[in-house]
Design a protein around this ligand. Structure first.
Ligand code: GLA
Length: 395
């Protein structure tokens, strides 16, 4: 029996009906572009959350978080945001499921789900490292209730519902990338997602000669902190200013660099902040499209160079980096064994993502860890990651 099912049995004294594994994610390039309707290039990784689930009949949800050593119970009727955030990641998607079934008028499914469930949850994604542990929880729970009560949601519906749950119950105005990647991941493939049309395409990532390595600053970022939501607002302000001249412009996806310069640039009286934010985003959306062409022809050096450019933009123009992240990128910038590196995810802490030549992996990680410790007095956590399958049932 899998470990998660054993935990379930210990807590609930009966065998779970099914168990689900849902991964965290990396993102190769395309940062802060998802909520601007741009492109992202994420992949699911070998760190994950697992849940085991079983049906109840009394309309309640009983939850156990093994890693936190916590329990909670709520009624499935009138779900609303809870004072414990970990509970919100679970009930937030249940709320979305109920709402969706309601609008679809599927009364038999609603009746089934309203019976409630027991759920046990455990994971190994470091929290606050920018690897989307919360999205993994949301996707795992939603996937599990979808299977348990045969709710018939498809993957994209589940990703969108999980995003809404994070927006409404966890209070973070995140984009779609994390949930999308967790659910849609495929082994050894990165996924180009067009966040405007929701079209996506898998690209094989040939890691024969390279490793993807995450350097974790161990600085906990708090996404809910206002900075993320402020960046969104600043982008919207830029859109609003350009819209006055070009009414078809709905998001920064519709904007060109020339328009950014003309309507937001130094010659205008637009605040410099808005200009910098928008210039970064419009450049980054273009950069992802160019980076994918590099991947197609196996031009890994060119791809890696773009990662460094992304970091520069995130640090200087979007201003979501921090000294530790900058230090880690700087530390590998002129290292011929590191073909690309940048901060990853929302920022203000968490990890850098590095593409490192396999032959030099040990040497580089040791050097970086030593200089990081010397510089910051903090221990660097190093995760050599593999790209794995998205949310799926486990035995
Ligand atoms: C977080 C959010 C994502 C995305 C990234 C930045 O991970 O959850 O939606 O915006 O930050 O690219």
């Amino acid at each position: 029996m899998s470990a998660i099912r054993t935990h379930f049995l210990t807590h609930f004294k009966y065998n779970s009906s099914l168990a689900v594994q849902s991964p965290g994610r990396i993102n190769l390039i395309g940062e802060h572009t998802d909520y601007n309707n741009g492109f992202v290039l994420p992949a699911a990784i070998d760190k994950y959350v697992e849940v085991a689930i079983g049906k109840r009949t009394d309309g309640n949800i009983h939850m156990v978080a093994i890693d936190l050593n916590k329990k909670a119970e709520v009624s499935i009727k009138n779900l609303k945001p809870h004072s414990s955030q970990w509970v919100n990641y679970i009930i937030g998607v249940v709320y979305q499921a109920i709402h969706k079934i309601d609008t679809n008028n599927s009364s038999s499914q609603l009746e089934a789900l309203n019976n409630g469930f027991d759920i046990c949850i455990k994971g190994n994604i470091p929290s606050g490292a920018g690897l989307s542990s919360s999205a993994a929880v949301e996707c795992a729970v939603l996937f599990a209730i979808n299977e348990l009560y045969d709710l018939q949601f498809n993957k994209m519906e589940m990703a969108l519902m999980a995003q809404k749950a994070e927006n409404e119950f966890a209070g973070v105005k995140c984009g779609l990338m994390d949930m999308f990647a967790s659910i849609h991941g495929q082994k050894n493939k990165v996924i180009l997602l067009d966040c405007a049309s929701l079209d996506f395409h898998y690209y094989p990532l040939d890691l024969t000669d390279y490793s993807i390595v995450l350097f974790d600053t161990q600085i906990k970022h708090s996404l809910a902190s206002s900075a993320y939501n402020t960046r969104r607002l600043e982008c919207e302000q830029g859109v609003h200013l350009i819209q006055q001249y070009h009414p078809h412009v709905k998001t920064l996806r519709d904007v060109t660099i020339e328009q950014v310069e003309k309507y937001l640039g130094p010659i205008t009286d637009t605040p410099a902040k808005i200009y910098k934010r928008c210039k970064y985003i419009v450049s980054e959306i273009q950069r992802v499209q160019a980076a994918v062409l590099d991947l197609e022809v196996g031009a890994m050096q060119a791809f890696g160079k773009k990662m460094f450019e992304t970091h520069e933009g995130l640090s200087k123009m979007y201003e979501v980096s921090c000294p530790e992240l900058d230090f880690l990128v700087e530390a590998v910038k002129n290292n011929e064994n590191v073909i690309g590196a940048r901060m990853m995810g929302a920022g203000f802490g968490g990890c850098t993502i590095n593409i490192i030549k396999k032959s030099a992996l040990e040497m580089v990680t040791q050097q970086v860890a030593a200089s990081y410790a010397q510089q910051t007095n903090k221990e660097l956590a190093v995760y050599v990651t593999s790209i794995e399958e998205g949310t799926h049932l486990i035995k």
